[in-house]
Write a protein that binds this ligand. Structure first.
Ligand code: FUC
Length: 826
């Protein structure tokens, strides 16, 4: 199969007369070196990250290690909150929002720490004398092998540098070769934009040691060390005080090992130097070829699970930056496939078991004090990072996220108690490697005690895909403790029987009736999050057969959550009162959480809410920051409007011209940097991950009682195929092909067995002995149960537009664990 694929590519290469390097479509490539960081190419193994510039005369490799964070173990709760809480609530319930916000600023927001920044380790430079004048330049990142290559000629010699970050061997490897022997000459040095010790060991090893920085009132105390060992074939290697010099070598291999003193969020007493040395010595014992082979095998174990084909046009003959630039005007569906796979590449490279979860920049950051500290913003960004993990068949990448949630559920118990006198655990809108739980940045942004409620959805989602009860049992105490917090924190909303979160915000937005004050109570997103948290906890308890009394208690509170409300313009209300402004184009679309990632809003079951949610999204408009536009791709997919989703894809694949990745700009409207990093601006990786999830969501949905195949196919993708996506209930879409916009072939593998319900706009028939029944009633598969949503409150029915749905066929098929089922167009 692979051979046929390569043959096809090869003939394409011949027909189009492409440069030979395009032997795979999954390459990001350029014909010049990177000048700016957002042109450099990212590699990573979850723990170590590097940005490779590929400059012939002065190679620059910016280095990261995922535990190099400023500060040290600390907490950031503000215990004054407890006394002020009743007054804040009183102010909110009497409409004094500004006064409430002022009081929260004085009494709730952390005084000692707004969270610590993730910091760069520093840079490795390799200067090659005489390489200023080069020809035939080419550099690439191959998504099939996770290797970057730089190639160019100087005076008749072809030089090549290959860089990769190995997970099995925990080092970054840089290999330099030349087409003639004895031609490799360079000097290696290191620096960091803060004081560090740089020394050499023996004649071939460079060592950089440092301590992370201070921030707010917290002193930096994470020690780290980077060791670079250079092995050559032929030539001479020598050292100065702070550099290594290689003369006349045939081949040079650099082993880059980095470690820190971080053990966990409350212990930073490891020996960074010893750790780095252990990794290094282990790698040095293996030969280069073996390290390379193991790296490729390890990476492909994840990456090869999914392949996608949306069509190929001759745009592929252009370098990636040109393709991004021409995307909106041209016809380059393969670039969408490349961006989709780039998101998967980034997740595999930034989130591996045993490491930290992907932060705002994954693991790639060149600064000491990056925008928003490159930490974890949990009112959308961290969650979005993990949207593609299950559906694009990378479940293992969730492990660091789950570990972080586990740790936050420990640290957050004290926050709940000290700040609110409440049970369980709480997290506000941000956290960092120290697992801070207190509110930061100011009441307007930080007074949102819902971080735990949202993160817990990911614990449940993993179960929905793998059906593993042991796993569910292991995370149940975390979910239960999150519920316990809300059971003791909710208060009655005046004039109603409703129980609400108060104080809170609809993330980072304020209604136009009290601009500047976001503080309120019972916002729609909070209610939706609690609805999910409570229903899933009840379900988990039932599956695990425990906690009967607790279930009754949770169920009573669940019944008293406010329903969703449809306001005066036919919109889904963002707040508990009808305060929405149709001109509000805020980037957060928090109240639409109910439509994506949650499944509370459905065209089939809650048509009025569906209509209202869609109206709200139309009001919000398309242009926004990167992550916001990528959220909207997912939302338009859920609204079954592939063409609108495609419009946002086009808006998003737009070359960002201002390559300033250090400053925050809310007005520039997203876009894509030359290296395919998503622009907020600045670079924020959530947009890349949201994009990947969005493409999957356009092709397969499994949130609404069935596996919906091609739910939101845009007209532009007439023919195509995808292999390896996952659906809830342990199903794998082994293959799905479509022609003229209709499913032509579908192969579903069932890992857990049970009823497989398929929704399709195309009439299907089953192959072989399988019988495909027209579905009746509810889907008996427990992973496809739909929660009972409360009837919405509607203030003005006349403003609802009504929805028109294309007819779909719904089939059931009984599956056995391990069975594969083949369908085709009838
Ligand atoms: C939230 C968003 C911003 C940004 C930041 C990291 O505050 O509102 O747009 O993404 O997180």
């Amino acid at each position: 199969m692979k051979n046929i694929f390569l043959l096809c590519i090869l003939s394409l290469v011949l027909v189009l007369n492409l440069p030979v390097q395009s032997d795979t479509l999954l390459k990001i490539w350029y014909s010049q070196p990177a000048k700016q960081w957002v042109e450099a190419l990212p590699i990573g193994n979850g723990r170590l990250g590097a940005m490779v510039f590929g400059n012939p005369a002065k190679e620059e490799i910016q280095l990261n290690e995922n535990t190099v964070w400023a500060g040290q173990p600390h907490r950031n709760d503000n215990p004054d909150a407890r006394e002020a809480l009743p007054e804040v609530r009183q102010l909110i319930f009497t409409g004094k929002y500004k006064e409430a916000q002022d009081l929260v600023n004085r009494k709730f927001i952390s005084r000692n720490s707004q969270g610590m920044p993730y910091q760069t380790v520093g840079n490795l430079f390799l200067s090659f004398p005489g390489h200023e004048n080069f020809t035939n330049y080419y550099r690439e990142l191959n998504l099939e092998t996770a290797i970057t290559t730089t190639r160019y000629d100087v005076e008749g010699v072809t030089y090549k540098r290959e860089v990769f970050a190995s997970f099995p061997d925990q080092v970054i490897i840089l290999r330099i070769t030349a087409s003639q022997p004895g031609k490799i000459n360079f000097k290696a040095s290191m620096n960091r934009p803060a004081p560090v010790d740089i020394s050499t060991a023996g004649n071939d090893q460079l060592i950089m040691s440092g301590v992370t920085g201070d921030c707010d009132s917290v002193k930096g105390a994470v020690k780290f060390q980077a060791q670079v060992k250079i092995e050559t074939e032929g030539g001479l290697v020598s050292a100065t005080n702070d550099s290594i010099i290689v003369n006349d070598a045939d081949v040079a291999t650099l082993y880059i090992s980095i470690a820190s003193s971080f053990n966990n969020y409350h212990d930073i007493n490891a020996d960074a130097g010893e750790r780095a040395n252990v990794y290094l010595q282990k790698a040095l014992k293996k030969n280069y070829e073996q390290i390379l082979k193991d790296h490729v095998a390890d990476y492909q174990h994840y990456f090869n699970r999914v392949s996608i084909d949306l069509g190929v046009t001759d745009s592929i003959k252009n370098p990636t930056n040109v393709r991004i630039d021409q995307f909106a005007k041209g016809n380059d569906p393969q670039l969408i496939a490349l961006c989709f796979q780039f998101g998967r590449y980034l997740l595999i490279s930034s989130s591996r078991p045993g490491g930290q979860p992907a932060n705002l920049q994954g693991i790639w950051n060149s600064q000491l004090y990056p925008p928003w500290d490159s930490k974890y913003t949990v009112n959308i960004n961290t969650e979005m990072n993990y949207w593609p993990s299950e559906v694009t068949n990378l479940t293992e990448t969730n492990e660091p996220l789950i570990q972080m949630i586990r740790e936050l559920s420990q640290t957050g118990i004290k926050t709940a108690k000290d700040m609110y006198g409440a049970a369980g655990w709480v997290l506000h809108h941000n956290t960092d490697i120290w697992r801070i739980n207190g509110p930061v940045d100011g009441a307007y942004w930080g007074m949102w005690p819902m971080g735990g409620a949202w993160l817990c959805q990911h614990l449940w989602e993993k179960y929905e895909y793998n059906g593993d009860k042991k796993y569910l049992e292991s995370v149940y105490p975390i979910i239960k403790s999150a519920v316990e917090f809300y059971l003791s924190f909710l208060v009655e909303y005046p004039g109603h029987d409703w129980l609400v979160v108060c104080p809170s915000v609809s993330p980072e937005n304020s209604p136009s009736c009290h601009p500047g004050s976001s503080i309120s109570a019972g916002t729609t997103m909070d209610n939706q999050l609690l609805f999910d948290l409570f229903t899933k906890t009840i379900e988990a308890a039932k599956i695990l057969n425990n906690d009967e009394e607790f279930v009754v208690k949770v169920d009573d509170v669940l019944k008293r959550l406010p329903p969703m409300q449809i306001g005066q313009y036919g919109q889904l209300q963002e707040w508990i009162e009808d305060w929405d402004n149709p001109e509000d184009h805020h980037r957060h679309v928090s109240h639409l959480y109910g439509a994506y990632p949650s499944n509370q809003i459905s065209p089939f079951r809650t048509p009025e809410l569906f209509d209202a949610a869609r109206t709200s999204l139309l009001f919000r408009g398309d242009p926004s920051t990167g992550w916001s536009m990528n959220w909207k791709i997912n939302l338009w997919a859920r609204f079954l409007d592939g063409n609108h989703a495609y419009k946002l894809i086009k808006d998003q694949i737009r070359l960002v011209e201002k390559l300033d990745y250090q400053h925050i700009d809310f007005s520039a409207g997203g876009g894509t940097y030359p290296n395919m990093f998503d622009a907020h601006p600045p670079f924020q990786i959530d947009g890349n991950f949201g994009f990947t999830a969005g493409i999957a969501e356009m092709l397969i949905q499994s949130n609404d009682g069935a596996i919906f195949v091609l739910p939101a196919l845009p007209d532009a993708w007439t023919n195509g195929s995808i292999k390896g996506l996952h659906a809830r209930g342990g199903f794998e879409i082994e293959n799905m092909e479509w022609k003229n916009g209709e499913v032509s072939k579908l192969v579903i593998k069932s890992n857990l067995g049970g009823s497989c319900r398929i929704r399709s706009y195309t009439k299907l028939k089953a192959e072989g002995k399988t019988s495909l029944e027209i579905a009746k009633g509810e889907n008996p598969n427990p992973f496809y149960q739909i929660p009972a949503i409360k009837k919405p409150l509607i203030s003005n029915k006349t403003n609802l537009k009504g929805i028109e749905l294309k007819d779909a066929f719904i089939y059931d098929i009984e599956t056995k664990p391990g069975g594969s089922y083949i369908f085709s167009k009838k």
